[in-house]
Design a binder for this molecule. Structure first.
Ligand SMILES: Nc1ncnc2c1ncn2[C@@H]1O[C@H](COP(=O)(O)OP(=O)(O)OP(=O)(O)O)[C@@H](O)[C@H]1O
Ligand SMILES: [Mg+2]
Length: 349
């Protein structure tokens, strides 16, 4: 039997079990992350964030990200295994994000995971980063079961997903242009706040008022889609007008107004999608799900409409490897085939 056949046989035997160990890797952007999970339990969740390195460039520099993943990944594995109280031999499955993301960054995780899987003769499971974000909710909410509605808002994606199973996630609505997190980052840059903009805008918004008129895309239209470019342009125009008049821009008010609009659109669409599809549970996922205004607003709106909203802790919203391990756990349950040694990174997955 060759490596691939043996790996598949091993995965098949794990399908109905919950007690095995998954070592998971995530390196799609600027976080190197390694985790060990068992079923719906996190045993270790190590993250080496490069935010400080990329900050001075105002965004992620792909080549620098790849190089730093290489530097971090080995020692993170050591730390994760130690925290989980196990060795590489105890690991049953290796899981890795193979897309979407930055090609060079993804390749570090994929090559590392492939080498490890082959050398240890363990099955390898390839995970879509976005499915990982959704599955973070299974770690956060041990009673969560399919189906549910998911509002995913991250640096690269803004989607409302009708999640029926691991392999059946349907996009009901998505962004026509920028992703929500991307818009937070760009608006922050316009008003002179550092990268990443999301947490900075959130902090600044606390001191400001929602008093600057900004457009509401698709207002009154029967769509679950989003658009952020018009709001972003309105902020840029506002900043230019202030500059021309020689008035200092009120960063707090811009942050509060932008946040209210950005978050309001997410909440309205998600709640309406759940209502119109008769879905009683909404979960949220992705980096923007760490935003307090979004979390509080979702809770309020859901309560008003008799919908349950489940919020993952903030550390499971942004990129991490535990969510990738959890996605692998559900992929294995649903009989998704093991990845072969021909697995490649797919930046546009
Ligand atoms: N408190 C917050 N409020 C708003 N946005 C936030 C907050 N915290 C993080 N973000 C945003 O979340 C994004 C990062 O999220 P995440 O790590 O999930 O995205 P990504 O992995 O870069 O993109 P994707 O998952 O789509 O590939 C950034 O754009 C960041 O500004
Ligand atoms: Mg992400």
């Amino acid at each position: 039997m060759n490596y691939e056949q043996e790996a598949q046989e091993k995965l098949n035997k794990l399908r109905d079990r919950e007690d095995y160990l998954i070592l998971a890797f995530e390196s799609s952007c600027d976080e190197t992350a390694v985790a060990v999970i068992r079923g719906r339990e996190i045993l270790a969740n190590e993250i080496d964030s490069q935010i400080e390195i990329h900050k001075r460039f105002g965004g992620v520099v792909p080549e620098i990200a790849s190089r730093n993943h290489i530097l971090a990944i080995d020692s993170l594995v050591e730390i994760a295994l130690e925290k989980a109280g196990c060795t590489l031999n105890d690991i049953d499955v290796i899981a890795v994000t193979y897309g979407a993301g930055l090609l060079g960054a993804l390749l570090v995780g994929v090559s590392y995971a492939k080498s490890l899987a082959y050398a240890l003769n363990k099955p390898l499971v390839a995970i879509d980063h976005i499915k990982g974000h959704v599955c973070a909710n299974f770690l956060a909410h041990p009673d969560l079961q399919f189906p549910f509605m998911c509002l995913l808002a991250s640096g690269g994606h803004t989607e409302i997903l009708d999640v029926r199973s691991y392999s059946d996630m349907r996009i009901l609505g998505q962004t026509a242009d920028d992703a929500a997190g991307e818009a937070f980052d760009k608006v922050a840059r316009v008003i002179g706040l550092p990268y990443p903009g999301g947490p900075q805008i959130e902090r600044a918004a606390k001191e400001g008022k929602d008093c600057i008129p900004l457009p509401r895309p698709f207002k009154g239209e029967k769509t679950y889609n989003f658009s952020y470019s018009g709001i972003k342009t309105a902020v840029i125009n506002y900043a230019h007008t202030c500059a021309q008049k020689g008035i200092e821009i009120n960063k707090a008010d811009v942050a509060a107004s932008f946040q209210a609009r950005a978050v309001g659109m997410l909440i309205e669409n998600a709640v309406r999608a759940a209502q119109e599809h008769g879905e009683g549970t909404i979960v949220i996922a992705g980096g923007v799900a760490a935003n307090t205004a979004l979390r509080e607003g979702m809770e309020k709106a859901a309560e008003k409409h008799g919908i349950t909203v489940l919020l993952p802790p903030k550390y499971l919203c942004t990129d991490n490897a535990a969510m990738i391990g959890e996605a692998a756990f559900f992929a294995i349950k649903e009989g998704i085939p093991a990845a072969g040694m021909d697995l490649d990174a797919d930046p546009n997955l």
